[in-house]
Write a protein of this length. Sequence first.
Length: 134
Amino acid sequence: TIRRAVVAKKPGIAQADLAQLVFLASGRPGVAFELLDQATLEAKRMPAQLAKQLLTAKPYERYLHITKLAADRQNCLENLGAMQQIIEVQLRSGQTAAQVSHWSNMAGLLDNAMVSIRDNGNIRAHLLRLFSSY
């Protein structure tokens, strides 16, 4: 597994870093080995942390991030991609029909927002609609 390969390559890696590295690599060993560099790991960790924050925050707290996210389309898409990765994990581990329904709905809303933003849609408008929907 990726976990064993990473530990073999960097034996002293902290468990928290290892868990985040495995999550961020998403089953891709090449990405996992790139993330062994601390600077690269930090750069990839930031969008994942913001994504987690956006998924768990109250609507007003999410709205506060719109201006920052709307400043850079590529950065916005990277953060939304991290949200998508978290939602996929939640969908796979959904325990009840209600949880699966909730995360499926979120995945659809997020996908619509990402497609619109990628197609040069108004970033603020699409983020506002997305963040108001959950």
